[in-house]
Design a protein around this ligand. Structure first.
Ligand code: PEP
Length: 256
């Protein structure tokens, strides 16, 4: 029996970085470095302006492309927003939902995360839903409560029969972009809390099959220990995903 039967997923979150030319150059440099490491699925989360170029160059390779956010409606008078239909038309396969930077700076709420998750599943986009506690919440021993609340509201009203594509990313906010990584023990414990909530909200079978990624200052040298944990199924990588050599090392080191 394998220690973890779920296929690893390593996602790059490029945030508001790169021009189309830089994104294409990244992929061309990354592909030969990552080619031997088929144990993991690779997803690039890019800004809307990069998506056509990234989809085009990734098309014939085992790389999937994600938007970093989307509106839940198909269309409407919502200036500046991107709809799931627009993403599907471009060939985007995944979407990040509820990243802590969206929650912190752009009024993303647990309720809007839920609407976006329902919409992504209805449109056939693979959702990567981010949850995670603030430092003050961890210090006040509220981590479990926060993770259970974020996960249960995100999953509220989701039909278990449609939820198989779901991916969750545990991203403790205090570890994002700070260089302060959660220890494997802390991360694995949080993943267990999230998995237990998935079992309650959806089903034990979905809890067992849903991939839960860790995100927060993942680097080439801490990937292996994190990804060796029983409940960690990959990583969502910000800063260290901007460089193709560093990101390819993370993909390589995630084999566990
Ligand atoms: C992120 O942006 O989701 C992230 C985890 O960033 P970093 O790896 O830089 O902490």
């Amino acid at each position: 029996m394998p220690t973890n039967p779920r296929k690893k997923l390593i996602a790059a979150n490029w945030k508001m970085y790169k021009t189309p030319d830089e994104a294409v150059a990244f992929i061309k440099a990354f592909l030969p470095l990552a080619a031997p490491h088929s144990h993991a699925e690779v997803v690039l989360c890019a800004s809307p302006t990069l998506l056509p170029a990234v989809v085009d160059v990734a098309r014939h390779h085992p790389i999937r492309v994600a938007a970093q956010d989307m509106h839940w409606l198909d269309q409407g008078a919502y200036t500046g927003e991107t709809s799931p239909l627009m993403l599907m038309a471009l060939g985007v396969t995944h979407v990040l939902i509820g990243h802590s930077e969206r929650r912190q700076y752009f009024n993303e709420t647990d309720e809007s995360v839920n609407l976006k998750l329902k919409s992504a599943l209805a449109h056939g986009l693979i959702p990567i839903v981010c949850v995670g506690e603030l430092l003050a919440e961890r210090e006040a021993n509220q981590t479990a409560e926060v993770l259970e609340r974020q996960t249960s509201i995100a999953l509220s009203g989701i039909d278990p029969a449609a939820a198989a594509p779901l991916v969750i990313a545990y991203e403790p906010v205090w570890a994002i972009g700070t260089g302060r990584t959660a220890t494997p023990e802390i991360a694995n414990e949080a993943h267990n809390i999230i998995r237990a909530q998935i079992a309650k909200s959806l089903s034990p079978a979905l809890a067992a099959s849903t991939r839960i990624l860790y995100g927060g200052s993942v680097k080439p040298d801490n990937t292996a220990t994190l990804c060796a944990c029983r409940d960690i199924d990959g990583a969502l990588v910000g800063g260290a995903s901007l460089d193709p050599v560093s990101f390819a090392k993370i993909v390589a080191n995630s084999a566990a």
